[in-house]
Design a protein around this ligand. Sequence first.
Ligand SMILES: Cc1cc2nc3c(=O)[nH]c(=O)nc-3n(C[C@H](O)[C@H](O)[C@H](O)COP(=O)(O)OP(=O)(O)OC[C@H]3O[C@@H](n4cnc5c(N)ncnc54)[C@H](O)[C@@H]3O)c2cc1C
Length: 300
Amino acid sequence: MQTAELREALAGIALREHAPMAAFTTLRLGGPADLLAEPASPEELRRCLTAARAAGVPVTVIGRGSNLLVRDGGIRGLVIRTTGMKGLRLSGSRIEAQAGATLYEAARLAAHEGLAGLAFAAGIPGTVGGGVLMNAGAYGGELCQVTERVEGFSLSGEPFAYAGTEMGFGYRTSRLQREDGIVTAVTFALTPGEPAAIEAQMAELQRRRVEKQPLNQPSAGSTFKRPEGYFAAALIDQCGLKGFTLGGAAVSEKHAGFLVNLGGTAADFEALMAEVSRIVKEKTGVTLEPEVRILGEPAV
Ligand SMILES: Cc1cc2nc3c(=O)[nH]c(=O)nc-3n(C[C@H](O)[C@H](O)[C@H](O)COP(=O)(O)OP(=O)(O)OC[C@H]3O[C@@H](n4cnc5c(N)ncnc54)[C@H](O)[C@@H]3O)c2cc1C
């Protein structure tokens, strides 16, 4: 690719060449991105899109990489990491968040200001943008319940703005997964609550996470979606797969829904996902669908 041309067009924006994606994902897996840009504003992000298009270079957007398996060969083209755009603004009972703000920061601000509705999201280790794309959720809450407006750009740099009701939200999905839209800002509409009660709810949910989830091992959270009428973790456990290891990847001993990286490769992890799915299908008849988003190319 024309890295030199692209670098020149992106002067002033934080850039890294051959950026190891393992450093930008919670799974700690993945080969290099040709070029990684960290725009500090929507204007800079738009410049990235325009320049990549002009250079004929493919674009991939990431947030905190907490739902990603990047393959060992890395990602060709330009990876745009949104974490430099992290502004949060309070406006009455609304929070306007830039895409790279963390869900934790947004939930903390809401609790501090006595606004209820985001406590469930405090322990989800992603950004607002990645969260909305995934319609992230936990403990009965989902971002679609509080998302009023979503702004962003198409891959060609055209701005869009959708009401929450136009987002095509479903279980761990939104229209942006089908249209490749890039979120730059989200407005959350919240309701008045007691700061102390919201803080207590957040603390209780965090306690439950620490108790149930292998938070001290690299993972991307739940590897598979919940199949209709079942729980992926229960099915995997029922097949006797807790602790099952393939190369440097394993089914967590603590929570069978979490596949963890023991220091292996993305190929190990993908092979484990395939093997777990195969065994679960064979023994229970249920098809597991990945929740984790897989990006990039295998090692050559
Ligand atoms: C320990 C642990 C616990 C977790 N618990 C939960 C949980 O309880 N509930 C839950 O739903 N998830 C959970 N997750 C998964 C993950 O945190 C969420 O899916 C999160 O919303 C991903 O956000 P991210 O910024 O890390 O996105 P990334 O992983 O960087 O990207 C995920 C997807 O979103 C896209 N994307 C990222 N930013 C943007 C943007 N600005 N515009 C458009 N597309 C974008 C990427 O291209 C990719 O397809 C957990 C993960 C871990 C590691």
